[in-house]
Design a protein around this ligand. Structure first.
Ligand SMILES: [Zn+2]
Length: 65
């Protein structure tokens, strides 16, 4: 998702001008500005959560065999 640093605005690909610039200020938007760290954080958090739940499930199974 393109990101305009000047407007501090997330831009839809269809919102960009024909030159691929910000329609509001004309600056060249940055690609994938602030989403990667957030996306990585979400992935890491999900993996940790699922790992924790799997660990819980294994513990439950071990105690109930
Ligand atoms: Zn802009």
């Amino acid at each position: 998702m393109p990101w305009c640093e000047t407007c501090d605005e997330r831009l839809g690909t269809d919102e960009l001008t024909d030159e691929g610039r910000c329609p509001f200020c004309g600056a060249e938007p940055l690609e994938h500005r602030s989403s990667p760290w957030y996306f990585k954080f979400m992935v890491v958090a999900t993996v940790i959560y699922l790992g924790y739940r799997a660990f819980q499930g294994m513990t439950w199974v071990i105690h109930h065999i």
